[in-house]
Design a protein around this ligand. Sequence first.
Ligand SMILES: *[C@@H]1O[C@H](CO)[C@@H](O)[C@H](O)[C@H]1NC(C)=O
Ligand SMILES: *[C@@H]1O[C@H](CO)[C@@H](O)[C@H](O)[C@H]1NC(C)=O
Ligand SMILES: *[C@@H]1O[C@H](CO)[C@@H](O)[C@H](O)[C@H]1NC(C)=O
Ligand SMILES: *[C@@H]1O[C@H](CO)[C@@H](O)[C@H](O)[C@H]1NC(C)=O
Ligand SMILES: *[C@@H]1O[C@H](CO)[C@@H](O)[C@H](O)[C@H]1NC(C)=O
Length: 496
Amino acid sequence: MTAGLILFTVTVAVFCDALHGLSHTHFQATKSAGSSDPQFTEKFFTQTLDHFNFNSMGNGTFSQRYLITDQYWKKGYGPIFFYTGNEGNIWEFALNSGFITELAAQQQALVIFAEHRYYGQSLPFGKESFNIPEVGLLTVEQALADYALMIRELKEQLAASHCPVIVFGGSYGGMLSVYMRLKYPNMVAGALAASAPILSTAGLGDARQFFRDVTADFENISPECRDAVRGAFHLLKQLADRQDYSGIQSEFALCKPPASPQDIQQLYGLLRNAFTMMAMLDYPYSTSFMGNMPANPVKVACGTMLRGLDLLANLRDTAGIVYNSTGLLTCFDLYSLYVQCADPTGCGLGLDSLAWDYQACTEVELCFESNNVTDMFPPMAFTEKDREAYCSKRWAVAPRPGWLQIQFWGDALSTANNIIFSNGDLDPWANGGVRKSLSSSLVALNISGGAHHLDLRGSNDSDPASVVKVRKVEAELIAQWVKMERNRLTAAYTQL
Ligand SMILES: *[C@@H]1O[C@H](CO)[C@@H](O)[C@H](O)[C@H]1NC(C)=O
Ligand SMILES: *[C@@H]1O[C@H](CO)[C@@H](O)[C@H](O)[C@H]1NC(C)=O
Ligand SMILES: *[C@@H]1O[C@H](CO)[C@@H](O)[C@H](O)[C@H]1NC(C)=O
Ligand SMILES: *[C@@H]1O[C@H](CO)[C@@H](O)[C@H](O)[C@H]1NC(C)=O
Ligand SMILES: *[C@@H]1O[C@H](CO)[C@@H](O)[C@H](O)[C@H]1NC(C)=O
């Protein structure tokens, strides 16, 4: 099933993001076939539309995309490494999770990256998928059942019934990996959940946490950097208070002058989102994941913020690091570069952003605020009430706060096992996740100097020592789980 190509070129239209963000980047990845370069084959799986209602859709199905490579696999024996796709095109995750294929090469594993329903090309109702009520089959539970069914059927097709399955995921994908282990321990032997904010998204957190931690990243470069950002927003607010809209247009190179307080809020949101993206994607080398980032973007941003005395120009050019990475933007279009939605950390752009917005309106809680006290951003509240009002208007749904806590155990995880919770201390999502080990098999790992799921990325010469060490610990734990599960499966089969 390997592609058997020496060279392949993938052109991917990315409307992606991992829990939030940007971007609508068009990128090309050219992979040459070295021993460690993965050669995924893209396939489609005939998936049940509705796992939980036998009447509504009858036996209806849709095509769910997945990527697979057996180039490292010891056939019929090696483990299966299954990436539980999150909110975006699955190629985007496959091309930015090199650790999984590096580990597959070591442990002779089959690798599968499954695309989440309603994202990328896995649209159950094509263009109609985001209509009401068609969007209603977009739930975490349906997505998990998709993965469970896919695992069972592919194991059968590939004569892999004795092969232990380990799930992997980053961000929301990491949450799904945790949930797979909780819901389907019969099929999944263990989970690596990288940067998975399973607590904050279940309403177990502090609304101020996210933007406070974004701010901390800039403050850690220098307190002057934080002050410059706050100062620039203060100047912007003064212009807005005076309704000097043409002044704002020229300072920020906006395509159109703002014309209302709503446009000013939109500008605040767009600017704040640039800092969010740079904090999340603060990798030590340049990347093309959720947009193009230079190496160490937070440091680059602080260099720009402190470049000269014109704070507004500095703020504009700092936002340009994110929105104008091509250098081709002639002006900032307030409503096309950033879309406000039920996730104040950003939903990205394109169709994937609709799906994520719907999830943020139903099960996934993301009520984060900035307040200009515990963070450096203009006060922008997003309360449960704001969420309710928005979601009722946008999707005709009422969010169900607290449901994820009931369904997926909240913070009462101690009776689970075989889960790794890894988090980087630069990642604003980290403190929404599990930071302390809960038992010898519920292991929290810290990556000092690590941004959003750095550990899932392929090895790089610029990696901090911490991530090299964490990947080793992860590899050892996973090898142990595979061994335990193989013993269990072998015992079960010999009894038959
Ligand atoms: C779906 O169900 C109908 C009615 O029971 C049956 O005729 C049809 O063959 C089924 N289709 C599939 C794909 O199983
Ligand atoms: C985008 O970057 C280019 C190159 O640095 C610059 O000339 C241009 O003014 C920038 N666009 C905006 C809107 O800031
Ligand atoms: C942030 O707080 C400072 C100090 O209270 C104030 O001067 C400034 O205007 C505030 N900034 C915004 C954008 O509200
Ligand atoms: C990871 O870092 C956090 C924040 O500094 C700390 O509270 C936690 O105890 C650390 N966890 C581990 C497992 O070292
Ligand atoms: C590290 O990252 C840089 C920038 O993305 C890339 O050019 C390089 O190939 C990567 N790999 C290694 C092994 O350093």
